[in-house]
Design a binder for this molecule. Structure first.
Ligand code: AMP
Length: 215
């Protein structure tokens, strides 16, 4: 089963993707994580994307489609979760082609609905375990005082993303509404779109997603 988690930054796509990885042996393909890796590796491509990401703009379709193409060649396990991809109509078309080329289908597109005020609160308060990617929130799930991640049990650093600041977030939301939100109509027209309330408790959101996948 291959699915897309669609929603603005801070909607909880990464958190829910990790549950699906653990519980359904799926593979999370987060273009944001791949681009952050490229950025940290200091390659030429990494240097180009670092500047774009800092501003909150979108990286070119060519780069992200290339990253996804590479990943689709590997092991498919319980299927792919596309997290943060596609973000433009061109990426959505490319994904359809890539999946069809490897004999795969897109089985569901899940929109995670969250209002803007909640997104700003979530993003400006979040930090992530450097070891496993578990997300913490200053208000609702503070970083453990002993520095040991409650998810992976390792002594970790808890990092804030450099683009989780007010200016960059404003631009990321703008990019979402201008370039990514048209995908809702695109997948609705294809009969593939389902929506879940992304504002509820994590377990409720998880149950709502399971309801869509097991329908
Ligand atoms: P994310 O971790 O999904 O919030 O992505 C962080 C940043 O990486 C975004 O603000 C974009 O600059 C870039 N990015 C991630 N995925 C894509 C994509 N599919 N298309 C273009 N840019 C992307």
């Amino acid at each position: 089963m291959n699915i897309i988690l669609l929603g603005p930054p801070g909607a909880g796509k990464g958190t829910q993707a990790r549950f699906l990885v653990d519980e359904r042996d799926m593979i999370q393909l987060s273009t944001g994580d791949m681009l952050r890796e490229a950025k940290d590796s200091g390659t030429d491509m990494g240097k180009v994307v670092a500047e774009v990401m800092a501003k909150g703009d979108l990286v070119t379709d060519e780069i992200v489609i290339g990253l996804i193409r590479e990943k689709l060649q590997g092991d498919k396990k319980g299927g792919f979760i596309f997290d943060g991809f596609p973000r433009t109509l061109a990426q959505a078309d490319a994904l359809a082609e890539l999946l069809s080329d490897c004999g795969e289908t897109l089985d569901a597109v899940i929109e995670m609905q969250v209002d803007d005020a909640a997104l700003v609160d979530r993003i400006t308060a979040r930090s992530t375990c450097s070891e496993c990617g578990e997300v913490y929130n200053d208000n609702t799930k503070p970083i453990p005082a002993d520095g040991v991640c409650t998810n992976c049990g390792k002594k970790a650093e808890f990092k804030r993303r450099s683009d989780d600041n007010a200016d960059s977030l404003k631009q990321r939301l703008m990019e979402y509404y201008k370039k990514t939100s048209p995908l809702l109509g695109y997948y609705y027209a294809k009969g593939q779109l389902s929506a879940v309330d992304g504002l509820g408790e994590m377990d409720d959101v998880k149950a709502a997603i399971a309801g869509v996948l097991d329908a």
